[in-house]
Design a protein around this ligand. Structure first.
Ligand SMILES: [Zn+2]
Length: 83
């Protein structure tokens, strides 16, 4: 094993495990916490102490994961193409 293939032998299985783990996460938990409000669904008003619903997640505190968005897009495209 030379110096070029040694990192690849370690990196390829690691990337495979990380990718499969992310795919499993997208299947089991399609929603993640909103990054703007950290999953609370509330944002402090610009002035004063009032709280408002987060505009990004519309107060749900959840966001669709990027991998799940891609899965939904591909599923929709396949359904429309094979109908
Ligand atoms: Zn939010």
């Amino acid at each position: 094993m030379d110096s070029f293939t040694a990192p690849l032998v370690i990196l390829c299985p690691l990337l495979t495990v990380v990718t499969l783990g992310y795919l499993l996460t997208c299947v089991l938990w399609p929603f993640g916490p909103c990054r703007t409000c950290d999953g609370t669904g509330k944002r402090r008003a610009p002035f004063g102490r009032a709280f408002r619903d987060c505009t990004r997640c519309k107060g749900t505190g959840r966001r669709l994961r990027t991998g799940r968005k891609l899965h939904n897009h591909l599923t929709r495209m396949r359904r429309n193409g094979t109908r």
